[in-house]
Every structure is written in structure tokens, then in C-alpha cells.
Write a protein of this length. Structure first.
Length: 169
């Protein structure tokens, strides 16, 4: 019995170590623009917050043959898009927003159109200041625009309408 307790304790300790590092980066509001038949590229957008200085160095998805981290910026009155060969800096504690007209993940050589209201899998690869790499699997919502912020609709709750039985005197 002693051996199994030590094994379980070691397994739990290693699982905790892995999950602590995985929690270093938080990705929210991930979405990609829906495409039509024949369209071979689209952009994916999200907010990324890292607890320590980190870089987003790569992304890939089974939905696309090529996935790159891009930047769009004005250059002499012309909007230009280019890949970031060294990745995207994620300063500690600061939310970096990937959005239309700015930083984004470019999905090219799409294997099929991305239909609205579906999700696509994506793996993001990060590297911290010490050079340690980690990956995070995310699901990206496909739509025509960013997902709406979740609303707190209290109309579905029926507060005070619970019946606890009838009292007859």
C-alpha cells in the first residue's frame, strides 16, 4: 500500500507542476472570420495575457495548411500585412489584443470553408524569457464579427416562484 501512495503523490505533484506552467498564458475571445467557397485565407483574433514576459512564436491548425502570426500596419498611407518572424511579444500582465487591422493569426491554404457558428482547433506555441516553450490548445469560434460579450440575462431565472407545498388550515 505504501508504494501506491508514493506513486499517487508523485503523479499529483507532477500534474500540478505542469498545470501551473500551462496557466501562465490566458487566451480569451478567440474568433476567426467565416469564409466562403474558394476563399483560401482568413484571420483569427483573440486576447492573450501572459503572467510573465512571453512570446507567441507559432500557431497551427488542422483547418489550414499554413498558419502565421501577422501584423498589419500603415506604411506611407498603405496598409501592409507581414509575418512576424520573431513572434509576438506578450509583456507580463498586459493583455495583447489580436484584432482586425492589427496583430492576428493568418490561416492560409484552408482545407475547407469555415462556416459561421462552428469552431476550429488551434494550437498556440509560446516561449518564455528563459527559452522554455509551451503549447496551448484552443477552440476558435467562427463568425462574421467578434463574439458578443456574455450578457447576464436574469430573465431566465425565476426567483421567488418556487412553491413549497400548500398550507391548508
Amino acid at each position: 500500500m505504501q508504494l501506491s501512495k508514493h506513486f499517487i503523490a508523485a503523479a499529483l505533484a507532477s500534474a500540478c507542476t505542469l498545470s501551473v506552467y500551462a496557466q501562465n498564458v490566458t487566451v480569451t475571445d478567440a474568433w476567426a472570420r467565416a469564409t466562403v467557397q474558394g476563399q483560401k485565407a482568413t484571420g483569427a483574433f483573440m486576447k492573450i495575457t501572459a503572467k510573465e514576459n512571453t512570446k507567441l512564436i507559432a500557431a497551427n491548425s488542422s483547418a489550414a495548411g499554413v498558419v502565421e502570426i501577422h501584423e498589419m500596419k500603415m506604411d506611407k498611407d498603405v496598409m501592409k500585412m507581414s509575418a512576424l518572424p520573431n513572434g509576438l511579444d506578450l509583456p507580463a500582465g498586459k493583455a495583447v489584443e489580436l484584432k482586425p487591422g492589427g496583430y492576428h493569426v493568418m490561416l492560409m491554404d484552408l482545407k475547407a470553408p469555415l462556416a459561421k457558428d462552428t469552431t476550429l482547433p488551434m494550437t498556440l506555441t509560446f516561449q518564455n524569457a528563459k527559452g522554455v516553450k509551451s503549447t496551448q490548445e484552443i477552440k476558435v469560434l467562427v463568425g462574421m464579427q467578434p463574439p458578443a460579450m456574455p450578457s447576464h440575462d436574469h430573465g431566465t431565472h425565476n426567483h421567488g416562484e418556487h412553491q413549497h407545498g400548500e398550507h391548508k388550515h
